[in-house]
Write a protein that binds this ligand. Structure first.
Ligand code: SF4
Ligand code: SF4
Ligand code: SF4
Length: 311
């Protein structure tokens, strides 16, 4: 029986849905697993059931799974306790591995964000910032960070959300005593069946909502590469894996939509912005005409100092 603790920090719960999406295999695995802490499913108070403890506590576990990045002091405290209590820590989802969508906020300062949220938004009655001193509201940090910026992470499973196949593979490997679990370091393009003509593109860059030129009655492997059609498909700079181990086309491409980069960079050392500008130039597009380049190319990848306020 392997004890598992699960936590969600700056998270939307989509990663927890991905755990449940394991489906029948999860039912088969359950006799080998004991969830000792999983707030999304089981009520467990950090300070004891009636608040009798002085310090936050989480039961000991062999495997700790954490979704979401770190935005405030409570996230950090919970993460550090998970690290202390769990032998193996899994960062689940791109928020946990790379900051995810919330790290787009790193393009602004906390002061700018609070000014807009509490006083600047047209639909908000102006008021002060939360009073974390007197009302125990967790203190917001000035940026969103990934888990490995604070604690040692043993296994990273990116994806927004990760495909259930990878969660299953990680759990099965751990049950088998293995901890060296990594997604392959290759791009979404490497797993994409579309036709690449290696010719220059078809004019201007297109808005993502424009319909690709394609006969929808045909299979996706008869569609011309979306980047070559002028869509800003981030397949060249995004890690493969979103269709799990099914061998199917990448999830967005299968629905004729460009990849938006939700699996994060291909490897820790890659430079997606530079690499993508090169990919666009190779099919003949003028990269200076690309709107909101930084935000678009780092939409899921703003932690680790990638996004910050300029000027
Ligand atoms: S990675 Fe995606 S699904 Fe998971 S918590 Fe973040 S936003 Fe939600
Ligand atoms: S750029 Fe997009 S459509 Fe083209 S091969 Fe890569 S993933 Fe497929
Ligand atoms: S195609 Fe890209 S954005 Fe879509 S699910 Fe796959 S990695 Fe994520």
């Amino acid at each position: 029986m392997v004890k598992i603790a699960e936590e969600w920090l700056n998270s939307c719960a989509g990663c927890e849905i991905a755990i449940l999406n394991i489906g029948d295999v999860l039912v088969d695995l359950l006799p080998s697993l004991e969830f000792v802490h999983i707030p999304v499913l089981i009520d467990h108070k950090y300070y004891g059931q009636v608040g009798e403890r002085k310090n936050l506590d989480i039961p000991e576990a062999v495997v700790g799974i954490v979704s979401g990045g770190v935005r405030n002091s409570e996230h950090l405290e919970v993460l550090e306790k998970m690290r202390e209590r769990c032998q193996i820590l899994i960062a689940l989802g791109t928020c946990a591995t790379n900051g995810g969508i919330p790290a787009l906020g790193n393009m602004d300062t906390l002061e700018d964000i609070q000014e807009f949220l509490f006083r600047g938004s047209p639909s908000t009655e102006p008021g002060p910032n939360p009073d974390h001193e007197n009302y125990h509201v967790p203190k917001c940090f000035d940026r969103v960070s990934a888990l490995d910026e604070h604690v040692k992470v043993d296994i990273s499973l990116p994806g927004c959300p990760p495909h259930p196949d990878w969660i299953t593979a990680a759990v099965l490997a751990l049950l088998d005593g293995k901890t060296d679990i990594k997604l392959p370091e290759r791009s979404v393009c490497d797993t994409c069946p579309t036709i690449r003509e290696r010719k220059k593109g078809l004019g201007d860059l297109k808005r993502v909502l424009t319909t690709p030129e394609f006969d929808y009655s045909k299979p996706v492997n008869e569609m011309r590469c979306l980047l070559e059609q002028g869509f800003m498909c981030l397949g060249p700079v995004t890690r493969a894996g979103c269709s799990g181990m099914t061998g199917a086309a990448p999830r967005c491409i299968a629905t004729r939509m460009p990849c938006r980069g939700c699996y994060g960079p291909i490897s820790k050392d890659s430079l997606p912005i530079m690499d993508y500008i090169g990919a666009l130039a190779s099919v003949g597009y003028d990269t200076t005409r690309m709107p909101d380049r930084r935000g678009y190319l780092s939409r899921f990848n703003g932690a680790h100092g990638v996004l910050k306020k300029l000027g």
